[in-house]
Design a protein around this ligand. Structure first.
Ligand SMILES: Nc1nc2c(c(=O)[nH]1)N[C@H]1C(S)=C(S)[C@@H](COP(=O)(O)O)O[C@H]1N2
Ligand SMILES: [Mo]
Length: 301
């Protein structure tokens, strides 16, 4: 396989022990030799320095646990994540409810450092571990009528305080991708970060990561993946369709109705030094721009 700029280790699988060692390298050196990326032709030569484990796990959006950025870390411990299974249904050759450990035998887990850009105009860089969604979809077999993939997060009102009582959100949290977006090699099902199992506030034990789209597309704690004929409604679009669409591609030229998307606040960079220009497709245009050829991205926001 051709090496990509999101590979932080050279074309190999990472065992749990290696991940632990790598985590120590990342922690100790910021960007150790193991993190030097090989860039495809024409890619911007930019080394991504990950945010700290502390930053990534204490400033979160996970409304099932509350609306404050500090709520997920405070309350997520109550979520039981073992055992866990993921139902795969719809237009698929081998539908079923897969125990997470069985599902992980069908795929290859590796590590990738990705930019992460929230629609609220803040950003981080996150060292995920996970597998390509395409890997899973290929092994369960997508039927020819499938055009979209839907994702459903867990519904556990007893364990998730934001799901009991009034929140305005129609739980469970739902997201969706076009099938070609889901099959893009960048699209990850994350199971860890910094070489450790995914912390609960980040969507344990398995969450979606779509690095060229606003963060809300990256649904957490997923219990169902559905192969669909029609475009599904996603939670934020259902709630506020004028502000949040289905595509949600990071785009500095298309502002949110209430704020600019031209720049972003870099989490961890301090109060004053920390804004940078937002990149088209969050910097992944070379890998994904062709998916949207001929589309009016103002209309399909
Ligand atoms: N189930 C679920 N998934 C979710 C959310 C949520 O509230 N519930 N928030 C989304 C938003 S708005 C963002 S920015 C990211 C945040 O991921 P992080 O906390 O790991 O940085 O998760 C996304 N996935
Ligand atoms: Mo977000």
């Amino acid at each position: 396989m051709m090496r990509q700029d999101w590979d932080i280790y050279k074309d190999r699988d990472v065992t749990p022990k290696e991940m632990f060692l790598n985590r120590r390298q990342i922690m100790a050196g910021g960007l150790g030799a193991a993190c030097v990326t090989a860039l495809p032709r024409g890619a911007r030569a930019e080394a991504l320095t990950p945010n700290s484990f502390e930053e990534i796990t204490s400033y979160n959006n996970f409304y099932e646990f509350g609306w404050d950025k500090s709520d997920p870390k405070k309350y997520a411990a109550a979520l039981t994540t073992t055992p866990w299974s993921v139902e795969i249904d719809g237009l698929v050759e081998r539908p079923g409810t897969y125990a997470l450990e069985d599902l992980l035998k069908m795929v290859t887990v590796s590590e990738r450092i990705y930019r992460f850009r929230c629609v609220e105009a803040w950003s981080m860089v996150i060292p995920w571990s996970g597998f390509q969604l395409s890997d899973l979809l290929e092994s369960v077999g997508v039927q020819s009528g499938a055009r979209y993939v839907g994702f459903t997060s867990v519904l556990r009102p007893k364990e998730m305080p934001g799901q009991s009582g009034y929140s305005g959100i129609d739980w469970p949290y739902q997201e969706g991708l076009r099938l070609d977006e889901a099959m893009n090699p960048l699209t990850l099902m994350a199971t860890g970060l910094y070489g450790e199992d995914l912390p609960k506030q980040n969507g344990a034990p398995i969450r979606l990561v779509v690095p060229w789209k606003y963060g809300f597309k990256s649904a957490k704690s997923i219990v169902k993946i559905s192969l669909l004929k029609d475009q599904p409604l996603n939670t934020w679009q259902a709630l506020q369709p004028k502000e949040y669409g289905f595509y949600a591609n990071v785009n500095p030229q298309v502002d949110h109705p209430r704020w600019s998307q031209a720049t972003e606040r870099v989490i961890g960079a301090g109060l004053f030094g920390g804004r940078k220009e937002t990149l088209m497709f969050n910097g992944y245009g070379e890998q994904v721009a062709s998916l949207y050829k001929g589309m009016d991205l103002r209309k399909f926001y």
